[in-house]
Design a protein around this ligand. Structure first.
Ligand SMILES: Nc1ncnc2c1ncn2[C@@H]1O[C@H](COP(=O)(O)OP(=O)(O)O)[C@@H](O)[C@H]1O
Ligand SMILES: [Mg+2]
Length: 558
């Protein structure tokens, strides 16, 4: 290892040289209380920035072991450190000047969710911390500006490190609160199945967001209050008693007039598979971690999925036990999404009428009389919803504003009325009795088999895979960009980058035409939770999203 003085000397030597001379500074340097490693040096000031990692030993950083004694606490602490570094680095005082990306100092941008990210890692045994930073090495035009570079490495970065990587820089209350929240959230998650629940929404939670483009809480949002009949109490290890709405397993319907807060509640449940930061308003809104949003997704590709549970006897004679299409319709896409959710072992399906294919959801009495059963390939979700619960233990939470058909099927009916939930189960059931259900004889079906065995890329493919995330919308793997716009529980671009890498790994190392998709995804989860996500800029996705991406990957061969 070189000394920080060596870096100084190197930088002074390359002053005003052509930009490629920066390559010489790659290496590892001992600073006073940390090690700085320049891992990658950009080729020119406009290219993607250089990569620097900072290592601080556990003994020096001084975070108490109890702050990272379990996984949830460790992830919360990593998140706190990363946010703090980011906040410091954003200060305008820390701006070196120059062309292109000169002067950039950046870490992962964290949203409202607390995710495990490769950019900040604490080693559980030693407490050693690794933080990865992007740096724009300064230039004037294309010649090196060492003066500004010296500021970055000897003033700005050490300042940011000082205020984020040592326990002394934080109020100890703040760190303890973060750890306590992590434990409380883990406790609620653990209690959900034990209490027979799919989700918990605490009284006082603020569900609406600031705007369609901001996940920050709405300023004057009306706090959530549970209807008495759904109210449950938990005794959290730190916060103590907390009350809120427990959504039981089974079939739950959320109804109500337009604009009364139905979708807002459902969206909070979708995101409740993640933990949220303090102050988010949804800290105590937690959903079964396997829950999946199910929606129509016209145009997606489907590969060998057995959708016969919902679709049989298509006019073009296509086999729906092994259904293939490069351009799914609303109903076939939503059917595939349900079957794939079963495959991904999801136990709760979240459905909003607004984003569903109507013909997938219901078939009304008049239509049943006019278009006879034998000419309708679709068995709507309403006719399978009970079987899904009874055969697979899969609960449904459905938002419906316009069709009362599901009243007959629901175990629990909640009306959102001016943003407040009320229990209308008995009332709605009574009303529904006056409109007897026109039950059709729908066909039996065999449990879908999940025997899809993907082939790898082997050696025929490109040597190095190009992986890139486009915002939260697409994952490029070599020539294909996988469209994940409608995989709504992906919340962060870094999850997409990680998914690109995970899919690539699967193709290179696991897919051999023998192992099933289920076996492959299980292995992927094992491999990456053990070895981590590697270089910066990645966030750990759920198993369900690994399936979701593989299912939408058109180049995947079976
Ligand atoms: N608790 C609340 N307090 C204040 N505004 C809310 C609340 N819940 C939702 N809203 C806002 O009301 C509007 C309609 O909500 P939405 O959930 O889309 O209604 P619905 O799906 O019932 O039509 C949205 O702009 C949303 O942000
Ligand atoms: Mg809505």
């Amino acid at each position: 290892m070189k000394s920080s003085q060596d870096l100084k000397t190197l930088l002074e030597r390359i002053e005003r040289k052509g930009y490629p001379a920066y390559k010489d500074i790659k290496g590892i340097y001992q600073f006073k209380d940390f090690v700085l490693s320049i891992d990658y040096v950009q080729g020119d000031p406009y290219a993607s920035p250089s990569k620097v990692s900072i290592h601080v030993e556990g003994g020096i950083s001084g975070f108490s072991k109890k702050l990272y004694k379990n996984k949830e606490r460790r992830i919360a602490l990593q998140d706190t450190i990363l946010r703090k570094f980011g906040k410091e680095a954003d200060k305008t005082a820390f701006k070196a000047k120059g062309s292109g990306k000169s002067g950039l100092i950046a870490v992962s941008t964290c949203g409202q969710e607390i995710l495990e990210r490769s950019s900040c890692r604490i080693q559980p045994e030693t407490g050693n911390i690794l933080l990865q930073v992007e740096v724009g090495l300064p230039a004037n035009g294309r010649s090196i500006n060492s003066r500004e570079a010296l500021k970055i490495f000897f003033d700005f970065i050490p300042e940011c490190v000082r205020y984020s990587l040592y326990a002394g820089a934080f109020e100890s209350r703040l760190l303890e609160d973060g750890a306590a929240l992590a434990d409380d959230q883990a406790y609620i998650r653990k209690m959900l199945p034990e209490m027979g629940l799919c989700a918990f929404v605490a009284n006082g939670a603020v569900l609406p967001r600031e705007s369609g483009i901001s996940q920050k809480p709405m300023k004057d949002g009306i706090p959530f209050t549970s209807p008495a009949s759904f109210e449950i109490e938990m005794n959290l290890p730190y916060r103590g008693r907390i009350k809120g709405m427990g959504i039981p397993k089974g079939i739950t319907l959320i109804v109500g007039g337009g604009y009364h807060g139905k979708s807002t509640l459902l969206e909070a449940l979708e995101r409740g598979v993640y933990n949220h930061i303090k102050g988010d308003g949804r800290e105590y809104v937690l959903t079964d971690s396997s829950a999946m949003k199910i929606r129509a997704e016209d145009g997606r590709s489907i590969k060998a999925v057995d959708i016969s549970m919902f679709i049989q006897g298509l006019p073009n004679g296509k086999d729906t036990k092994k259904f293939y299409t490069e351009n799914a319709s609303g109903s076939t896409s939503q059917a595939a999404n349900v079957i794939e959710a079963i495959e991904a072992e999801s136990k709760v399906l979240l459905i909003d009428e607004d984003t569903s294919a109507t013909n997938f959801m219901i078939r009304d009495a008049l239509m049943q009389q006019v278009v006879s059963r034998e000419f309708e390939p679709i068995v709507p979700y309403i006719d399978r919803i009970r079987q899904l619960y009874e055969m697979y233990g899969i609960s449904s939470i459905i938002v419906a504003g316009s069709s009362g058909s599901y009243f007959h099927k629901a175990d629990h009916i909640i009306q959102m009325k001016q943003y407040a939930p009320i229990d209308i189960t008995d009332f709605a059931k009574e009303k529904a009795a006056a409109y007897p259900m026109t039950s059709e004889n729908v066909s039996e079906w065999e449990c879908p088999d999940f025997e899809r065995r993907p082939l790898g890329r082997g050696n025929s493919g490109e040597r190095r895979t190009k992986i890139k995330a486009y915002d939260r919308d697409g994952i490029q793997i070599n020539r294909e960009t996988i469209d994940v716009r409608y995989v709504e529980q992906l919340v962060d671009r870094e999850q997409l980058t990680a998914l690109g890498m995970i899919v690539d790994y699967a193709q290179l190392h696991l897919m051999d035409g023998k192992e099933s998709l289920i076996q492959i995804v299980d292995k992927l989860v094992d491999v990456f939770s053990q070895k981590g996500l590697g270089t910066a800029g990645k966030a750990m996705p759920r198993k369900q999203e690994i399936f979701a991406v593989l299912n939408r990957y058109r180049s995947l061969k079976l």
